[in-house]
Design a protein around this ligand. Structure first.
Ligand SMILES: [Zn+2]
Length: 69
């Protein structure tokens, strides 16, 4: 399932801005998946950002479901 080449050169593809009030504190600091709240392994896919520009992270499983990876 991981036969895709790495996309290191992928630049900012318009990430949605997510309101921090719908997130847990852990999600706000990027330590918890915004979808399933899993904290381990750390979510590694940036799927959005907060109004202040902080990244909002999701685990790879959820990112795939969300269509971002
Ligand atoms: Zn997740």
């Amino acid at each position: 399932m991981t036969s895709r080449p790495p996309k290191a050169a992928t630049r900012v593809h318009r990430l949605p801005t997510i309101a921090p009030d719908v997130l847990t504190p852990a999600q706000r600091v990027g330590r918890s998946c915004v979808s399933c709240r899993k904290q381990w392994p750390l979510p590694r896919v940036r799927i959005g950002r907060l109004p202040d520009g902080s990244p909002v992270m999701a685990c790879s499983d959820c990112a795939e479901v969300l269509g971002v990876d």
